[in-house]
Design a protein around this ligand. Structure first.
Ligand code: NAP
Length: 521
């Protein structure tokens, strides 16, 4: 079993007691006492902490060196002395590989002072290496050296990932290293090494913070999020991996709704954020690495800004199956993989938006024929919505900041283009905002001043954070009917869920999850 380890950096006994009890209550499998933060605690205090959690919560102890992320600027002998004084209450001790290799004297003292007196019942050895800047060039050799040390039971390698593709070497270690490993890529791009560790047979453990603000390394997720949002306890070797590829992606609601839907429907799958740099090369690189490892289990991705055109290009390059609609829109927001390298591309924004609009208006798609619609924006969402409205026979005017982009989209779908500042035409029945204007945090902005709205218009804002944008608030005041972006978001996600699992999506639950999360922000 892969352990969820919570670091404890409390400087006082009182705080350490509280943190240990909280870690146990939240379901931690192990705690890491960061001795470099706990220099003020006496030997007796460590005994107290041991007694407090008994055998239920194993303890890993480490006086982390400053060059590897610690805060105690002590030399090897002081650090070994510190380890020796807590060794009796630790199940594991972590020593940096550099310290272990520094001199035979260090090794001898460790073996004698830390392990010697307790041989048989004493702690086991973790050898570790941390790089807070980048992937170490000699990564493979570092792990080999740890593997070669007979006393070493767990090899721990941690570095800051600049790109998500750098995580795959770590997954290879979690999949097949000779000894159990803790393999973590720090930073947002590396968060999947933490979230997915439980899936891999050689992953000894990963770290989760006790709460926000108590992270001991960048990218650490709280234990509550690991277990609640990211389904840690449900993950096993056979768990399928899904995720949202985007940039930025940290505040996406997609992990929350998809993971809740997987749980409700009993699907053995987990959904994670996948931060991929904007250029196509990075997109391609990530998927190539993931799909080259069938045991990694990537079976599908949602795709968001700025990668929807990249998703289509990837599917084309792989001779995948592309839904004609996605081809016509020029963007895909859903990729499905079959585990043997084949790719399917869909666009679920189109139906998601049309269904949200027609449901709110209480009409069918055919009832929209000849309606005059103002679409604000000509980006990815705009393209899908313009295609949908044209298929319904609407007359569409595209208003956009960049005139060239509006004209190109208008020419492609037989619409008219206009500048964003232009007044909407008097006969306009429906206004759809597909720009990001008014989206959190710029909630005071609106793409259309209130004096351009008329009573009786239908105003649909695809922005869903906040649920009621300034545009919608003012539209209501003027007497318009309003449609928020949540329904479209839920519809497009539900369609993805159905494509991936073949099961009906729990739409009510998905909507509740989005509304609950948005109301909490
Ligand atoms: P995109 O491809 O980057 O397009 C962004 C659009 O917004 C472009 O038309 C852009 O105009 C315009 N824009 C951005 N900032 C602007 C500003 N300051 N002033 C004027 N125009 C501005 O993004 P997208 O994928 O289409 O997404 C756009 C929005 O749609 C997002 O904010 C998202 O909230 C919403 N959306 C919602 C859903 C849903 O399910 N509810 C799904 C997808 C998207 P230029 O062409 O001039 O750059």
């Amino acid at each position: 079993m892969t352990l969820l380890i919570v670091p404890i950096t409390a400087p006082t006994l009182e705080q350490a007691r509280a943190d240990l009890l909280r870690a146990r209550e939240l379901g931690a499998d192990m705690v890491e006492l960061r001795l470099d933060h706990m220099a003020g605690l006496a030997n007796e205090d460590f005994r107290t902490l041991r007694k407090l959690v008994g055998d239920a919560l194993p303890i890993l102890a480490t006086p982390r060196a400053p060059e590897e992320g610690g805060i105690w600027d002590a030399g090897d002998s002081l650090r070994i002395r510190e380890l020796a004084r807590v060794a009796h209450c630790a199940n594991l001790v972590d020593v940096e590989l550099t310290a272990w290799e520094r001199s035979p004297d260090v090794r001898e003292r460790l073996l004698l002072d830390v392990f010697g007196k307790l041989r048989g019942s004493g702690p086991r050895l973790v050898l570790s290496a941390h790089d807070f800047k980048q992937r170490p060039v000699n990564l493979c050799r570092i792990v080999e050296r740890m593997n070669e040390v007979e006393e070493c039971e767990v090899a721990k390698i941690v570095f800051h990932a600049r790109h998500i593709s750098e995580t795959f070497e770590l997954f290879d270690l979690m999949h097949g290293n000779a000894k159990p490993v803790v393999a973590i890529a720090m930073g947002e791009a590396g968060v999947i090494t933490r979230l997915l560790a439980r899936k891999f047979p050689m992953a000894f453990g990963t770290f989760a913070s006790l709460e926000k603000g108590k992270e001991s390394a960048p990218g650490q997720v709280t234990i509550e999020e690991m277990k609640g949002l990211y389904r840690w306890d449900a993950i096993n070797r056979g768990t399928a991996v899904y995720g949202v590829i985007g940039n930025p992606v940290a505040h996406s609601m997609s992990p929350a709704i998809h993971n809740a839907a997987f749980e409700r429907c009993g699907v053995n799958a987990v959904y994670v954020p996948l931060l991929v740099e904007p250029a196509y090369e990075y997109f391609e690189d990530f998927l190539r690495e993931a799909l080259a490892r069938p045991w990694f289990g990537l079976l599908g991705c949602s795709v968001t800004i700025p990668h929807k055109a990249n998703a289509l290009r990837f599917a084309r390059n792989r001779h995948g199956e592309i839904e004609p609609l996605a081809e016509r829109i020029g963007a895909a927001n859903t990729l499905t993989f079959n585990g043997a390298g084949s790719v399917r591309a869909h666009n679920t924004d189109y139906a998601g938006a049309l269904d949200a609009l027609t449901t709110a208006m209480g009409c069918s798609r055919t009832d929209l024929r000849d309606a005059e619609v103002a679409v604000l924006g000509a980006g990815g969402a705009g393209r899908a919505i313009v295609a949908g409205l044209r298929d319904c026979g609407c007359r569409v005017i595209i208003y956009n900041r960049t005139a060239e982009r509006a004209k190109q989209l208008a020419d492609e779908f037989g619409c008219t283009a206009a500048p964003l500042e232009a007044r909407v035409r008097p006969g306009t029945k429906i206004v759809v905002n597909t720009t990001s204007i008014g989206m959190h945090p710029n909630v005071g902005d609106t793409p259309l001043p209130a004096d351009r709205l008329r009573p009786g218009m239908v105003v649909f804002d695809t922005v869903y954070n906040p649920i009621e944008t300034r545009l919608l608030r003012e539209a209501k005041q003027v007497g318009c009917r309003t449609v928020d972006g949540v329904a479209m978001f839920v519809n497009q996600a539900a369609a993805q869920f159905e494509l991936w699992t073949g099961k009906p999506a729990p739409r009510e639950l998905m909507r509740d999850v989005v509304i609950r999360r948005l109301s909490a922000t």
